[in-house]
Structures are given as C-alpha cells and as structure tokens.
Design a protein around this ligand. Structure first.
Ligand code: AMP
Ligand code: ZN
Length: 470
C-alpha cells in the first residue's frame, strides 16, 4: 500500500514499525459546537484509510483525542478558549458543552458509518500526563516560563518547519484577527504548553501544576495522548490540512524533543471541503451539518458517497447541486444492485472475482484513491459475470466504502414494490405499520386480515415488511 506522506511530499510505500501492526492517531474534534460537514470529510476519509488497512490484513490500533480544553480561537495561541466561547454562547458549563457536542459528534459519525476509534480520550482526563511531559521538556531545556505561561522554545531545534511549506508568516493569523500579540514569546514560532496566566478571568477549567493553577495548550494534548496509548513510535498521524501547521508541526517539535528520537513516520492530511464562497466556518451563523443535510432530505450516506467520489488530496467544493448529482448516482447504483438481487445468483466465478477485486485494491493501494475505487464498483456492475460474483464483490468493497449498498438496495426495492400496490392496500399497509409502532397489535392483526382479503400477503422479514400478491 502506498500513501502520500506530508513529511516527504512523496507517495511512499507504507511500512509500519512492527510488521502487520499499525499505530494510528487522529486529531479529534474540538467539542464546542456541532461538527460541520468539512470536519466530517476528514473523518470519513480517515475512516476509509483505517478500514482499508484492516481490509489489507493489518492490525490497526487507532486513538483519537477529544479536545475539551486549550484550543484557542486562533491556532497561534491567541484569542479565547473555544470551549469557553461555546459555554458562553449557550449559557452552560464547559463540561456540559463538551458532553453534549461529543455525543453529537459520535451520532454524526454513526450516521456516516464512521467507525469509533479503539481509544477515545478527552484531554481533560490526561492532565497528569501533560504536566509530566512539560516538566521533562523544561528539564531538558526545551521549554521556558515567561509571563506566567510555559512556552516551547523552537530555537532549540535543528529544524522546526518540518513540513517545509509553511513559514513564520503563517503565524500572523491571530494578529490579523485583531487579537493581541503574545509578548512573552522569545521566538515568534514558540507556542504555549501550559497557560498559568489565563487571559480570561472566568476560565472555568483549571488545574494545579508546578507552575501555578492553569490549563494545557492544545498541541501538548495530542502528543501526550498518542504516546500514552500508542507508545514512543507512531506509524501514522491524521488530520485536516489546516492541522499541519502549526498544530502538527508543534506536536512533532515537542514529542521529538521529549523522546530524543523520531516520533511519527507518516503524516496523512485531508484537503478541505469548501463552499463556493470560500472556507467552511462555524462562526458564520448557520453552517452545514449532518442535521441540516437530513432536514433537506439527504440521507447521511449520500454525503459519504459524495466525499468518496473525490480524492482526499484534492480540495472539494460543496454545493447542493453536487450533492444532488451524488444522490442520483447513488440511487442508480442501488437500482442496479436491486435488480441483481432479484436474478438467480448462480455460482461465484473465481477468475472474474479476482480480476475485479484487483482493480479495487489497486485503486485503494494507490494513495487511497476512492474515486477509482468507485469506478471499480461500476466495473463490477457492468461486468459480464454471475450475479453471485457481483454481489459478493459489492459486499467486500462495502467493508471499506461503508455505503450500505446491499441493505439500501433491498430497502429501495421494497419501497418500490409497496408503491406499486393499489391505493387501498397501500393505505392499509401504512395504517398497520402505525398500529405496530404504537404496539396496538390487535388493530395490526385486523388490518392484516383486511389486506389478505384484498388478495395480498404481508409478512415481517429481517429486511423489513414484505408484501406479495396471493
Ligand atoms: P476541529 O474540531 O476544529 O479541531 O477540527 C476537526 C478536524 O476537522 C481536524 O482534523 C481539522 O483539520 C478538520 N477540518 C477543519 N475544517 C475542515 C474542512 N473545511 N474540510 C476538511 N477538514 C476540516
Ligand atoms: Zn491534534
């Protein structure tokens, strides 16, 4: 399997530290608001990466943090703690906000068929780990105290800008937003490890530390949580491209200074989802969420399909028109699969199975090229082989694509069958469904008898309600 590594700017063969085993770390959400569908693009593409590694026989352990403290409105350590901002907005406590939006994030993930990582760790559970690593960085001379805060001294490193395509100018972000410049820093690129001199009198979450009461910086959270669960050598680290600098650059600086050796071998970054008028933002009032997609009549899996149609290293433009096109294409796939399900399956043909599977693995082996993997799916649908072969391949592909193809094709076919019913029968069927939902089984039985009297058999199957002409 080959993937693009932001460290080398090249597509490389993926070779884990320990043969057959992969340690994978993902920057989790900052739980101060709902995730927007841009955030979720990153998690969908990381989910494909993780599932494809497992599909290829690798034993993956994936860890994700939950940022519930320390992420300021500017990544350059200026502004307000995002969590506090969320709490003020909703007149709730920071912990209530964290709980509510963590749950909301995992609900969204479930709807998008994103697997929950093996370990999910909120930053607020690891304060002792942060203090231990920061103390060691001070001891080793990589960190200093100034104005009450603890900073990482980037001038102590041979190379700080490890991803090359970023520079000091990128750190001006916070200043452009009109937020005060931090005069305590010895070097412009230095970053906060621990805030003791809170800029906010009402910072709700604070902990005791050797340097006074305070709270951790955002970057130290990911380094420590990764090392806690995945050890001193990490195979692959993921996140959206905005995380590469300064967040991941800072993670590398402090982790390698602490460990004294190389920390993570592969960096996997997903390009952004944008709208026609620019960047996705949560500060612009109504923003695009899974809930909004559902309200507008799009099943979340359509959005997953829309994301898979493009390569993760290309930025993607969201528009309702583009989503409609994805919906039409997805429904066409379902219709084709539904007609396959009705045919006599026949035997699986090994030669064509292997050839079609090879196209699919070739696509994903080549830097997780999901759009070519979808082409491989179309190739299966068009192929001159038995329905059994096609259906078996689709089920295998869907272990990674997670588009619920066979189940949704069956559902769609049933719905179509139901809509072909005479109006009187269809009405009795829906009344019976309502009665069953209300647990009024006597009425449900009565309605079944009426349906039977009109010449239709109704039965409950694992795939849903099935109606056939008697
Ligand atoms: P956050 O909740 O802000 O910490 O971000 C969660 C994840 O979403 C991180 O991996 C970000 O890099 C990623 N992300 C933020 N904005 C976008 C976007 N517009 N498109 C794709 N990923 C994004
Ligand atoms: Zn992180």
């Amino acid at each position: 399997m080959r993937i693009y590594n932001t460290l080398s700017h090249k597509i490389e063969e993926f070779v884990p530290n320990e043969p057959g085993k992969v340690s994978m770390y993902t920057c989790g959400p900052t739980v101060y608001h709902f995730a927007h569908i841009g955030n979720l693009r990153s998690y969908i593409m990381e989910d494909v990466l993780e599932k494809y590694m497992r599909f290829s026989g690798l034993d993956v352990k994936r860890v994700m943090n939950i940022t519930d403290v320390g992420h300021l409105t500017s990544d350059g350590d200026t502004g307000e703690d995002k969590m506090l901002k969320g709490a003020k907005r909703e007149h709730k406590s920071v912990m209530d906000i964290a709980k509510f939006y963590t749950d909301a994030f995992f609900d969204d993930c479930k709807k998008l068929n994103i697997k929950t990582p093996d370990v999910v760790e909120p930053a607020t559970h690891c304060i002792d780990d942060f203090i231990r690593v920061i103390s060691s960085l001070i001891e080793k001379g990589y960190a200093y105290e100034a104005g009450g805060n603890i900073y990482f001294d980037t001038s102590k490193l041979k190379e700080y800008y490890v991803f090359h395509n970023f520079n000091e100018e990128d750190l001006e972000d916070g200043v452009r937003e009109g937020v005060e410049k931090d005069e305590n820093k010895k070097n412009k690129a230095d970053f906060v490890l621990w805030f003791t001199k809170s800029k906010f009198d009402d910072q709700e979450l604070k902990w005791d530390s050797p340097w006074g009461i305070g709270y951790p910086g955002w970057h130290i959270e990911c380094s420590c949580i990764s090392m806690k669960h995945l050890g001193e050598k990490l195979d692959i680290h993921c996140g959206g491209i905005d995380n590469a600098f300064p967040h991941h650059t800072n993670e590398i600086a402090q982790s390698e200074a602490y460990l004294g050796h190389k920390w993570c071998n592969y960096w996997f970054h997903i390009l952004h989802l944008n709208t026609n008028d620019g960047k996705m933002s949560k500060s612009k009032g109504e923003f695009l969420t899974v809930k909004l997609l559902e309200e507008k009549g799009y099943a979340p899996v359509i959005y997953r399909f829309f994301c898979l149609l493009s390569h993760y290293r290309k930025s993607l433009v969201f528009s309702w028109e583009n989503l409609d096109n994805a919906k039409t294409a997805y429904n066409k796939i379902l219709a084709k699969v539904a007609s396959l399900q009705k045919e006599t399956a026949g035997e699986t043909d090994k030669a064509s199975y292997d050839a079609l599977m090879a196209k699919y693995t070739e696509a994903l082996d080549n830097d997780i090229n999901t759009s070519n993997a979808i082409t491989a799916l179309y190739d299966v649908l068009k192929a001159d082989t038995t329905p059994a072969t096609k259906l078996a391949l689709i089920d295998e592909f869907d272990k990674v694509l997670s588009l619920d193809i066979t189940a949704n094709a069956r559902k769609q076919a049933e719905q179509e069958e139901n809509t072909e019913l005479p109006a009187e029968v269809a009405s009795l069927v829906s009344q019976r469904a309502e009665a069953r939902k209300a647990k009024n089984f006597a009425l449900a039985d009565e309605l079944r008898d009426k349906i039977t009297a009109l010449g239709y058999k109704i039965e409950e199957t694992r795939q849903g309600t099935k109606i056939t002409k008697l």
